[in-house]
Design a protein around this ligand. Sequence first.
Ligand SMILES: *Cc1c(COP(=O)(O)O)cnc(C)c1O
Length: 380
Amino acid sequence: MSTTSASPEDSFETLSLQSRVVAAGRPERTSDAGVNVPIELNSTFLAPGPTGYGRYGNKSWSALESAIEALECGSTLVFSSGIAAISSLFSILPRGAVITASQNGYSGTMVLLGQAEASGAAEVRYVDVSNTEQVLAALPGSTLLWLESPTNPALEVADMPRLIAAAKGQNIGVAVDNTFATPLVQQPLEMGADVVVHSLTKYISGHSDVILGSISTKDQALYQRLSDVRKINGAIPGPFEVWLALRGLRTLGVRMERAQKNALEIATRLSLHPAVDRVRYPGLPTDPHHEIAKSFMKGFGAVISFDHAGGAQAADRACAASLLVAHATSLGGVESLWERRHRWSTESPTIPTNLIRLSVGIEDLEDLWSDIDKALLGSL
Ligand SMILES: *Cc1c(COP(=O)(O)O)cnc(C)c1O
């Protein structure tokens, strides 16, 4: 005999985001049901049924999708990577679309935009997203405003409420890459954006062990189109990866709280360090983006970028010398990572060659600082 009892999903609107990360995407509360949705390992399902085939749906995907839906407040699709989510979105733009986008966003997105331009599929207007007047001037005639904020790795902050309202007032689609902030810090759909995209690889999964992406939207027709694109282009996630991401998401609240606390203190100390020229972190009161970030964000994230005073080679020496901070790309994991961004040839020319991006993890603050301080001093 199975009985169903009340579930927190019945009243998500009343729950804080901190509770939603824990409670969303759980199985129905029936007698002896598991507390977690299992890993669904099936490529096909018995007829007749709503799913039918493994490329069309999977219970593990649905669990993660409903959890992200509770955080971003929009119907959600998970993809095999963040860049798969972004390229799926770009793929439904009409030919000749005009995209207004950051001049130095995530390097993979910049490559995609460059390809769209080269093939004639789209025209791209590159802007400094933190320069509101410049973005507003670029908007008329645009098809899509693509906002990444804070940007990776320049940590510029766009005035999202103002830009989203301006774009929607002109019937321009707005998509936001919310990877750096996470829904705990800002909810773009609630600000009026049409679409929010994540690299779930980063904070949402949080343990540097999966590659995944997502798209959320309140627009049901758009959701259906994107769902069809995922079915046919096939950028579907693996059930195990999705299960890991949901497991990681459960601690997003405490991870973000701790990582952001560490990041603010480390950014403050880096600003006083002899090996550091310029620190970029919107949480610093001296940062040019601090006031605008404070006006609508509920935190500042945990990625810091800074210019090494000794130049690019000294920056490489510092990154290679740390013991606790791993010398690796990516961000948003429990472990701290750093790298000089221009070790990748795809990094934007607007990013200084001596810029180090540091993803601050949840380690002990003093252990982290002593490691960073030693590596930087030794590299001068
Ligand atoms: C990493 C990243 C992506 C790409 O995501 P993948 O999961 O690596 O494909 C997109 N946007 C931002 C801001 C990122 O940091």
